[in-house]
Ligand binder design. Structure first.
Ligand code: RIB
Length: 330
């Protein structure tokens, strides 16, 4: 068997089964609409990011919980098939696996309702159990589909490991956003937020790259020295800023593609970006790669079913836009 020397990435987060209704258009409040079709896919922000890390060549480790229903083994099998180590995933008796009710419109737009199930049973003890493996990781990714105490435990464990000279970076993707789950300011190495999360965290509208750059500046206090923030803007691309080595924010336009289903695009971007950065690529290179990976994802249905392998992204890089510095006007 080939030895994997890729970056070590741990993801502590949710594992879901996605129940997806394709619709002509998303229903309004109080409205009932006919579905064009129904599909089940493997999802969950945590599992999605772990799957992407595995597909991009990382040594990926998943920490989380599944229920003792038919979906738990299916979700784990899917992760293992893309090389994710699931030995730190716990099966919770008497609980259902997390689920997401998703509607996808004709332009690939979606709405998502998440039912936590076993994801709500992840505890700080699971984080502690993973601390030994975490010490050997390059990055630990966490999102907000697990209890708040878990996010805090991840930040505290990483701070402790860093004092003992271990290297894992804390990557925070605060999605779905709730302010009460945020770890203390100054603890995050890489903060990845979409425009809505950036708005929630800064109190300012984020409608374009200039707004995103302004939001990124406002988000710097969440970072550890040398940390980075990335604000994603869907079909407008993404903006990155560092409080250290980057004099101006970097802007990368998104690739123009025919979107079928945007579910999991943010997870693809986050997972691919982290693996690239941990492999020693510059932020500009990592942004270009992650944007290309996300563009491929939106052209296919489902979350994990739509994720590309590293070789496919590399083959598509030729036509990818280059990031450019975003200078302030005036
Ligand atoms: O980010 C997309 C994911 O959000 C879906 O797979 C769904 O499970 C929800 O967690």
């Amino acid at each position: 068997m080939a030895v994997n020397n890729g970056p070590r990435v741990m993801v502590i987060g949710s594992i879901n089964i996605d129940l997806v209704a394709g619709v002509d258009r998303l229903p309004r409040e109080g409205e009932t609409v006919w579905a064009l079709g129904f599909e089940q896919h493997l999802g969950g922000k945590g599992a999605n990011q772990a799957a992407v890390a595995g597909l991009m060549g990382a040594q990926a480790v998943m920490v989380g919980c599944v229920g003792d229903d038919v979906f738990g083994p299916r979700a784990l099998q899917g992760l293992q098939q893309v090389g994710v180590d699931c030995s730190l995933v716990r099966t919770v008796a008497g609980t259902s696996t997390g689920a997401a009710l998703i509607t996808v419109g004709r332009r690939g737009e979606n709405t998502i309702v998440v039912i936590p199930g076993a994801n709500g049973a992840v505890t700080p003890a699971d984080v502690e159990r993973a601390a030994g493996a975490m010490a050997a990781c390059d990055a630990v990714m966490v999102q907000f589909e697990v209890p708040e105490a878990v996010v805090l435990a991840v930040a505290q464990t990483i701070a402790r490991l860093r004092e003992a000279a271990a290297r894992p970076l804390l990557v925070l993707n605060p999605s779905p956003f709730r302010a009460s789950a945020l770890p203390p300011a100054g603890t995050v190495d890489l903060l990845i937020v979409n425009e809505l999360e950036a708005e929630e965290m800064t109190g300012h509208k984020v409608a374009n790259p200039a707004d995103a750059a302004e939001a990124a500046r406002k988000l710097l206090p969440w970072l550890r020295p040398g940390g980075r923030v990335v604000v994603t803007l869907g079909e407008q691309g993404a903006v990155a800023l560092s409080d250290g080595d980057m004099p101006a924010p970097l802007y990368i336009p998104a690739r123009k593609v025919q979107a079928v289903d945007t579910t999991g695009a943010g997870d693809t971007f986050a997972g691919a970006l982290v693996v690239q950065l941990c492999a020693g690529r510059s932020m500009a290179e990592a942004l270009r790669f992650a944007t290309t990976a996300a563009a491929i994802t939106v052209t296919r249905p489902g979350a994990q079913s739509s994720f590309p392998r590293r070789e496919e992204v590399e083959a598509a890089l030729a036509g990818a836009p280059e990031p450019v510095p975003l200078l302030r006007k005036g």
